[in-house]
Design a protein around this ligand. Structure first.
Ligand code: ADP
Ligand code: MG
Length: 241
């Protein structure tokens, strides 16, 4: 469960990147975080994951305040950032074991999980190469595998499907659904509306740091009955905020 309570963030100047934002994401739910470029998605996600501290407000991960007990809260979180250029000097297999060490995954569980994930994401032949040699999509896949091998309760993914091949995107979406069905929560940003439509239990639409809508897509469509497509609906919500 993620509780975001009246969170605000300003990067110098007066414009608030995130403005008094509140959201509660319950266990068992996949929430899509949708908004145009610069809306405040990544800033919100960085605050949820403890990378940035909010100027005001607080965020609880499974009831643990991320700013006051960051290590304890982070143990609950699996995070896929929007840019995956990390730990480039490690080999893929070293990175996966490093993540498993951080999250205290038992040694006995690792070989099976690594084998399964490598097959799922077609990475069997790449694990002994340095991440530096990976393509953009492969770097993204190894970061995703690093989360899946540890399997923390709360998944937070910033544009996880951008740059993935269709097969890998399909596998990730399936894993997200399974994870939520097992009573965990998944919060991910996207600008691909069709993904949100198919995958999410609810969507949170953000623009200029404000939540404009939070609920099911059905509720959203009921509120705007004249809109013919999700695209026109989305543009209307963003425009007339
Ligand atoms: N480190 C930073 N320094 C200054 N401004 C920033 C920084 N990060 C984000 N911003 C600004 O905050 C706003 C929200 O950005 P961001 O959260 O990255 O949006 P999104 O992920 O929705 O595209 C934008 O106006 C962006 O320019
Ligand atoms: Mg972003």
């Amino acid at each position: 469960m993620i509780e975001i309570k009246h969170v605000t963030k300003t990067f110098g100047g007066t414009k608030k990147a995130v403005d008094d934002l509140s959201l509660t994401i319950n266990d068992g739910e996949i929430i899509g975080f949708i908004g145009p470029n610069g809306a405040g998605k990544t800033t919100t996600i960085k605050m949820i994951t403890g990378i940035l501290n909010p100027d005001e407000g607080e965020i609880l991960i499974n009831h643990i305040p991320i700013t006051k007990e960051p290590l304890k809260a982070k143990q609950e979180i699996g995070f896929v950032p929007d840019q995956a250029d990390i730990f480039l000097r490690l080999k893929g297999i070293e990175y996966l074991n490093f993540m498993a060490d951080m999250y205290e995954v038992k040694q006995s569980l690792r070989p099976q999980r690594i084998k399964e994930l490598a097959e799922l994401f077609s990475m069997e032949n790449a694990l002994n190469d340095k991440i530096l040699s990976y393509s953009h999509g492969m770097r993204q896949k190894i970061v995703i595998m690093g989360v899946l091998i540890c399997d923390p309760k709360v998944w937070i993914l910033d544009e996880p499907l951008t740059g993935l091949d269709p097969q890998s995107a399909f596998c990730l979406k399936e894993r997200m659904r399974e994870h939520a069905n097992r009573g965990n929560c998944v919060f991910f940003s996207t600008h691909v509306l069709e993904v949100a439509e198919k995958l999410c239990d609810k969507v949170a639409i953000i623009n200029n740091g404000n939540i404009l809508f939070f609920g099911t897509l059905k509720d959203l469509m009921d509120q705007h009955p004249h809109c013919e497509s999700l695209e026109t609906l989305f543009l209307e919500v963003i425009q007339y905020a």
